[in-house]
Ligand binder design. Structure first.
Ligand code: APR
Ligand code: ZN
Length: 251
């Protein structure tokens, strides 16, 4: 079994030659920024019932359960982009990465400087009052997170523009993500268990169109077999090393 450093070199060689690389990320890329993942060791789904806190029916029944959960997800930690987010933004600057497709709602890719970010599951950046239509930015809601109620009409149905279980994905974003997965020549999946569809279809689409696939994930997934290079390690140090190697190879 070749060493991690051999795999990092192999991944860097593939990425250095890429004409149209696409990065596909999940909760694991933000773990080193302090945001808990959903599955794997200590994941949020061990503590919360997704049906209650992350489904549209659960939200309509009891929005407070979602806001309690979102404290763990986004408020408790003042999350900052980590070296993995930054490396991806730099690879985009270098003209290698053409798009980031993320399942995360934490907006860390944009804050790291990535320009083309397709948020498959939306983001917390805007929150709508379902009763009167008032629109809030996340920062306003963060301040009233213990007792979120609409300033305009008092309703507690303040819904962030994230995709809850039971809701369709934003169709334009999904079709653009599928388009990117079809046309890329390198597909790099980072920090995702690859179990939630339709997002988990994307690596299959990239493979079907002849792309080279790279996976960086702390734990094995049931889709490891799809990938040309699999690195079971943390995203931040691994992406930092890959970026350094790519810069060396590109001279
Ligand atoms: N570096 C790399 N990978 C990591 C790290 C790390 N530091 N820490 C954890 N991981 C891995 C875990 O081993 C796990 O396989 O990240 C993966 C995260 O998987 P999930 O928690 O399932 O997150 P994700 O794949 O994004 O989930 C998809 O499911 O709950 C829904 O809507 C939610 O967008 C989410 C979707
Ligand atoms: Zn309102």
């Amino acid at each position: 079994m070749d060493r991690i450093s051999d795999r990092i070199r192999k991944a860097a060689e593939i990425i250095a030659k890429a004409k149209h690389a696409v990065v596909f990320t999940g909760a694991g890329i933000s773990a080193e920024s302090g945001i808990p993942t959903f599955r794997g060791k200590g994941g949020l789904w061990e503590k919360y019932d997704p049906e209650e806190v992350a489904s549209i029916s659960g939200f309509m029944r009891n929005p407070r359960a979602f806001w309690e959960f979102s404290k763990d997800l986004l408020v408790k930690v003042k999350a900052e982009p980590n070296d993995a987010h930054k490396a991806i933004a730099e690879l985009e600057e270098m003209g290698i990465v053409k798009a980031v497709i993320t399942q995360n709602v934490d907006m860390l890719h944009q804050r790291a400087g990535s320009k083309k970010v397709l948020e498959l599951h939306g983001s917390m950046s805007y929150v709508d009052c379902l009763k009167c239509g008032a629109i809030y930015v996340w920062e306003d809601i963060e301040k009233i997170i213990d007792n979120p109620a609409c300033k305009n009409c008092g309703s507690e149905l303040l819904k962030p523009r994230v995709v809850f279980f039971g809701e369709p994905l934003p169709s334009g974003i999904l079709s653009e993500a599928m388009e990117e997965s079809r046309k890329c020549d390198v597909f790099i999946a980072i920090g995702t268990s690859l179990v939630v569809y339709p997002a988990a279809h994307l690596p299959f689409m990239a493979k079907d169109h002849g792309a080279k696939l790279i996976l960086i994930n702390a734990e094995p997934t049931d889709k490891d077999y799809l990938f040309d290079v699999v690195i079971h390690d943390k995203a931040a140090p691994t992406m930092k090393k890959i970026l350094e190697k790519v810069k060396e190879l590109r001279g």
